[in-house]
Ligand binder design. Structure first.
Ligand code: FES
Length: 252
């Protein structure tokens, strides 16, 4: 008989509300599945997209982030930043071929032990239905590219500035509308992800445009265009030309 899949879920709980809520759930003996592993952070806003992608790369099937209710963050707006960061990470997971529902953000106060148990129970059920994340090499490469993409300067800048640019505007007081922001965000994270897919392939072995395109499932035109940008940025260099075909490698 096949054994029932039990997901491994990494959870980040903010110190001031959710962690206390989890504690209350334990003290009150509320039942919930034992699938989560807990990391306590000072605020949900501290949970970086890099931590989430690192968790998936380390073998977790899903990630749960819990913070104080909106308006109750002990650092004023950390949980608003957490919302933006999780949204960006979900987008990136989708681009990388991972179901974005494997990442869940929610709010639990220190007095909500029952709510904590309910959220963990519901999320565990949802992840059981999604099944194991899988450890295929192609998926690992996509997750590595996603993790490298969120470490790029352009994306880091986006992660920190969204709220300010939508609500307060830039130094000239010009605000960006949420829909424009969405379009900009998608274009940048997708572009950075694809560049990282290309760069990671060129770590050890020099490859041609066609070889990169075949491996990464990008069109040769897209690969050429990103290679030009990467060459200009000094991240990739021409390695050799064999049979009139240029091969590229990552620049050190
Ligand atoms: S302190 Fe709990 S979300 Fe910020």
């Amino acid at each position: 008989m096949a054994t029932k899949f039990e997901p491994r879920i990494l959870s980040f709980l903010c110190n001031w509300c959710s962690y206390a809520g989890a504690d209350l759930a334990g003290v009150s003996r509320f039942q919930y599945p034992p699938n989560i592993r807990v990391i306590r952070t000072m605020c949900s806003g501290r949970v970086d997209p890099v931590f989430i992608l690192g968790a998936f790369l380390s073998g977790f099937d899903a990630v749960l982030v819990l913070g104080c209710h909106l308006g109750d963050c002990h650092y004023l707006n950390g949980n608003y930043h957490a919302e933006k960061k999780m949204h960006l990470t979900q987008r990136l997971l989708g681009i990388a071929g991972v179901n974005p529902h494997r990442l869940h953000l929610d709010w639990v106060s220190a007095a909500e032990g029952m709510r904590f148990a309910q959220i963990v129970t519901n999320f565990t059920t949802q992840v059981r239905e999604l099944g194991p994340l899988g450890r295929e090499e192609s998926l690992i490469q996509c997750l590595k590219a996603a993790k490298a993409a969120v470490q790029q300067e352009k994306v880091r800048w986006l992660v920190g500035k969204e709220l300010d640019l939508i609500e307060k505007g830039n130094i000239f007081g010009e605000k960006i509308t949420p829909s424009k922001w969405e379009t900009l965000l998608n274009a940048i994270i997708e572009g950075e992800y694809k560049k990282m897919r290309i760069t990671l392939q060129l770590e050890e072995t020099p490859r041609s445009v066609k070889e990169i395109a075949d491996f990464s499932k990008l069109s040769p035109l897209e690969v050429s265009s990103h290679l030009t940008d990467l060459e200009e940025a000094g991240q990739v260099r021409l390695h050799s030309i064999a049979d009139r075909t240029p091969k590229y490698v990552r620049a050190r």
